[in-house]
Ligand binder design. Structure first.
Ligand SMILES: [Fe+2]
Ligand SMILES: [Fe+2]
Length: 147
């Protein structure tokens, strides 16, 4: 069964801290663009998007890990280990992409790589961050969508 997840997933992804939600939405948009760009064949567009995804993921994980450490979140090491695994998975997708296989299973990849992580790990630090005084409404940095 296929369904269009382009519009419904970003809402399900929100954890209630605007800056982090903004980063998750940006990652999700890149994943959806990757899926669309590989529907027919792999090419320069997919290569560019994966490159951007790697960069934005690195930034996002660094932000979360710094915040967890600065705010003394107790389960930081388990979360960092999960980020390390996700980074490995992304590298595998990048390699598979070069073998023209990336379109297969990309919807599942989006679900497990981004959505499941947000729901199982990122939601865990929200209460802690808010208790430490993080402003959930702090305006997210305005980013240009990737070209
Ligand atoms: Fe995250
Ligand atoms: Fe995370």
């Amino acid at each position: 069964m296929t369904r269009n997840i382009l519009h419904e997933i970003p809402i399900a992804l929100d954890i209630g801290i605007a800056e982090i939600d903004s980063q998750h939405r940006q990652l999700h948009t890149l994943l959806e663009r990757l899926k669309q760009s590989t529907d027919k064949s792999y090419g320069f567009a997919a290569d560019t998007i994966i490159g951007e995804l790697v960069i934005q993921t690195r930034i996002h994980f660094a932000v979360e890990e710094s915040l967890m450490r600065l705010l003394s979140f107790p389960d930081v090491e388990a979360h960092v280990e999960e980020h390390r695994k996700l980074t490995e998975q992304l590298e595998k997708i990048r390699k598979r992409a070069q073998d023209f296989e990336v379109a297969d299973g990309l919807t599942n990849f989006i679900q497990t790589w981004l959505v499941d992580h947000v729901n199982e790990f990122d939601r865990e630090f929200v209460g802690h961050f808010l208790a430490k005084g993080v402003d959930p409404q702090a305006s997210p940095v305005t980013r240009k969508p990737p070209a």
